[in-house]
Design a protein around this ligand. Structure first.
Ligand code: 2U9
Length: 338
């Protein structure tokens, strides 16, 4: 059992060692020497308390614990002093070699969008963007989608308030352009759209669309076919062919679904195109006169065509991606392939 003078000597020795520590590493070594859990000198003293005769145990225990508290406090204040000293030194060693920056790659959706916008740019289309949170007028009313239309069902839309929702198509952008600019208009509008679909390999509840609109005196369905066929040849290859099948959309009349010859087999038939030789790409048609009236254009003087397709789907067909969820998983092993 250490006597009080011995404890005092230990205290002085510990204080001296702590004061002499010139840096954080040395101080840590001192802390381990004195308070280390296995072999610390004070730790050993603390462990010895239980073997002191009962009548002296309380007094000795108090003295040793007081010594431990003192040493602990002194260690902390020296640590703070040393910390303040290092903070005064420059935080960055400019002589160290730099850390190599790992650049990512362009996401396949961005790459596809840019390529598409560039192709339409060569055909005279300007690229325009608009808000993702829209009102009912721009998302439905202006597009000739009446209140009772199933597309307006609250279960098929992400409504934020009674009159605000996440847009379900980028047509809202063309409506805004026509509201604010007189004809002629020749624009493409790429962007994110939202629908509460059940997510599976082919569907996501957020995806990307590219829509196009050309309004001018004398624009015809032949121009629509010509633009989409020229686009197909630039996007897929010079041998690409297009096919238009009658369809219905509230905002176009007449309307059609358009197909490209299969991106994989070129049209001879393969599993990817279910042996038809064709892949459905999107929808299109001549802008409905009601839409022109809604934005203040005179349907008697201008005509126009519009088209829309999923960028994700087109990119998946072109790059051979089988599951749309891969596009949004943020997995570098997938993204590095592009
Ligand atoms: C205005 C007027 C008409 C754009 C069009 C489609 C047909 C169409 C879908 C294809 C797959 C969207 O990505 S998808 O789910 N689109 O079928 N879109 S005509 O028509 C417009 C656009 C703007 C002012």
């Amino acid at each position: 059992m250490a006597t009080p003078p011995e404890l005092k000597a230990l205290q002085d020795e510990a204080r001296g060692r702590i004061d002499a520590a010139a840096d954080a590493d040395t101080l840590e070594a001192v802390r381990i020497e004195w308070l280390g859990r296995k072999a610390g000198r004070l730790t050993a003293l603390l462990k010895s308390i239980k073997s002191v005769p009962a009548d002296q145990r309380a007094e000795f225990g108090q003295a040793v614990n007081a010594l431990k508290a003192l040493v602990t406090r002194h260690l902390a204040s020296r640590e703070a002093e040393l910390g303040a000293g290092t903070a005064a030194r420059p935080a960055v060693d400019v002589t160290m070699p730099g850390r190599r920056l790992r650049l990512g790659r362009m996401h396949p959706i961005t790459r596809a969008t840019r390529e598409m916008v560039e192709i339409f740019g060569r055909l005279g289309f300007a690229c325009v963007e608009g808000p993702e949170v829209e009102d009912e007028w721009h998302n439905f009313v202006g597009l000739n989608i009446p209140p009772a239309h199933p597309a307006r069902d609250p279960l098929d839309n992400y409504y934020l308030t009674d009159n605000a929702l996440l847009r379900t198509q980028t047509s809202t952008v063309q409506i805004r352009i026509m509201e604010n600019h007189p004809p002629p208009i020749r624009v493409v509008a790429p962007g994110r759209v939202y629908r509460p679909d059940t997510v599976d390999a082919g569907h996501a509840n957020m995806f990307h669309q590219l829509e196009g609109l050309w309004v001018e005196q004398g624009v015809t369905f032949a121009d629509l076919k010509s633009v989409l066929t020229t686009f197909a040849r630039a996007f897929i290859g010079p041998d690409a062919r297009t096919r238009f099948l009658p369809s219905y959309f509230p905002f176009t009349e007449p309307s059609a679904e358009f197909y490209f010859s299969c991106l994989l087999c070129g049209g001879s038939g393969c599993p990817a195109c279910k042996r038809t030789g064709w892949m459905e790409i999107g929808g299109c048609g001549m802008v409905d006169p009601n839409v022109f009236e809604a934005v203040g254009y005179d349907p008697e003087t201008v005509t126009g065509f519009a088209f829309g397709f999923g960028i994700d789907r087109a990119a998946m067909l072109k790059y051979g991606v089988k599951d749309i969820r891969l596009l949004f998983a943020n997995d570098v092993r997938f993204l590095r392939q592009f």
